[in-house]
Structures are given as C-alpha cells and as structure tokens.
Design a binder for this molecule. Structure first.
Ligand SMILES: Nc1nc2c(ncn2[C@@H]2O[C@H](COP(=O)(O)OP(=O)(O)O)[C@@H](O)[C@H]2O)c(=O)[nH]1
Ligand SMILES: [Mg+2]
Length: 253
C-alpha cells in the first residue's frame, strides 16, 4: 500500500521546504518517494514535482480568464481538480509502487476549513487507490511571540484534526526561532497545557474577553491532546525523527 502524506498549514509555515527535505530524508533511508504539488499558484518550486497540478490548471490563468482574485482563483482550481480527479488518479497510478507520496498543499487554509476540498480528495483517493493517508500540520514557531496568534494556530490545527479520521501530526516549524529559549519555555509550547495560557490571554485582551478565552481554552483542552514536534529543515536530526514517526505509524496501521 502507498502511504500518502498531506502537508498542510498556513501560508509561509514551511510546507514546501518540508516536502523537499522530507523527500531527501526518505531517499536517504532507501525508500521511494514522489511529491505531488497541489498548489496551482506556486511559481518557482524548490523541488521538481513528480506530479504537478499546474499541468492541469494554473491559478494565474484562471484569474486572467475569469477575472478572479487570488483566493477565488485558488478555490476554482481546487474545484476543477475534484471535477477532473481522474487526471490525478491516473498520474498517481504511475507511482503505485512508491513507498511515500507527499502532497504539498496550498497555504490558504479555507480550502480545508471553509470547504470540504481536502475531505473530498481524501475520500476519493482512498476509494480509488490503495492508499493510506496521514496529515502533517505545520505551525510557524514565530507564532509563539504572540500568544493570541499561537492559540489561533492551535485552533486551526484542531479543526484540521477533527475534520476527518486521518491521523494528524502537528509540527512546530522553523524551530531555530526557539532554540535559545529555556527548555521549560520550549516545552510549554510543544506540549501545551491550555489552562496555562488563560492568565496571559486575559492580560492581553482585558476583562471583556475573559469568558471567550476560557471557553476557547476549555474546548481545546477537552477535545484535543495537542502536541507539537519541532522541525528545523537544516537540521537532519529533526527530519529523521519525523521519518521514524512515519515508519512507526505505517507499521502500526
Ligand atoms: N529558518 C527557517 N526557515 C524556514 C524553515 N522552513 C521554511 N523556511 C522558510 O520559510 C519561508 C516559507 O517557506 P515555504 O516552504 O515556502 O512555506 P509554505 O508557504 O508553507 O510552503 C521560506 O523562505 C523558507 O526558506 C525552517 O525550518 N527554518
Ligand atoms: Mg508552499
């Protein structure tokens, strides 16, 4: 069975860089891998994708032809991909003996949160191919400089987690940002205990948001066991660590 890895997360969180480095790590472990670029707006990619959505449809052409802005064009492209899924299925069928397929997603998170594009894609791929899928959600470590942004990032990850049944690993990318932080501070963000953030959020937002802050943190605490794996793409140890997780997951399933 082929293992599909969906790399998701906000724009700029390091998805494309991660795909590129993860591919090198997988090859170094003597396994086969192919990258599928699903971002129709990507310009110069740092890797050569084995399958590229831009061979089916390009965002800037849609924008020009239909007079749509960047987000509208992207949503149109995703819909077009789902309507022409046979194209993708056929492309993937050439890689049916490949160990890992890495899907590099666009950063506009509304394709996952406001629409069912990712779920529809998972459903169709699993139905038509022998593929087992898991997700990696990337959050930029710089988000921790603003606690509201960090909690917002966790909420996004949480929604991506509960939106379907696929296992999701959460990654704190660009970990070089926190490398000189004291260990207990790093741990606070890698293994967050939501109630620890209540006091800080209330100081920032004032009394009027106390109830809202409490409810959001309680929801996250009650429903999810959130944990982040650190990643710095120039440090091979982090990548090997993630590869081991991947292999364990594949062996367990
Ligand atoms: N310092 C640092 N920069 C990174 C890391 N990963 C990605 N970047 C940089 O972050 C920027 C956005 O990365 P990209 O992979 O294009 O993000 P994407 O929009 O999520 O695909 C690029 O300038 C990358 O070089 C990392 O681990 N450490
Ligand atoms: Mg990208």
């Amino acid at each position: 069975m082929v293992n599909g890895l969906f790399i998701i997360g906000p724009a700029g969180s390091g998805k494309t860089s991660f795909c590129n480095e993860l591919k090198k790590t997988i090859i170094s472990q003597r396994k086969s891998v192919a990258i599928i670029n699903l971002d129709p707006a990507s310009e110069k990619l740092i890797y050569e994708p084995e399958i590229d959505i831009k061979n089916l449809i390009k965002c800037y052409e849609v924008g020009e032809e239909l007079g749509l802005g960047p987000n509208g064009s992207l949503l149109f492209c995703m819909e077009y991909l789902l309507d022409n899924l046979n194209w993708l299925i056929k492309e993937i069928s050439f890689f049916r003996n490949t160990n890992f397929l890495i899907f590099d997603f666009p950063g506009q998170i509304e394709i996952i949160m406001n629409n069912s594009y990712m779920n529809d894609l998972i459903y169709e791929l699993e139905k038509k191919l022998e593929i087992s899928l898991l997700k990696f959600f990337l959050l930029d470590a710089q988000f921790i400089s603003d606690i509201s942004k960090y909690i917002g990032g966790i909420l996004t990850s949480f929604i991506c987690m509960i939106i379907n049944d696929q296992t999701q690993y959460n990654i704190l990318s660009k970990a070089n940002y926190v490398k000189n932080f004291p260990k207990e501070i790093i741990n606070k963000y890698l293994n967050p205990c939501m109630s620890d953030f209540f006091f800080e959020l209330n100081i920032i937002h004032g009394k009027s948001y106390k109830k809202l802050n409490f409810s959001v943190l309680k929801l996250l605490e009650d429903f999810s066991f959130m944990k982040f794996i650190p990643l710095e793409i120039t440090n091979v140890n982090y990548l090997v660590n993630i590869y081991k997780l991947l292999v364990n997951n594949v062996e367990d399933s």
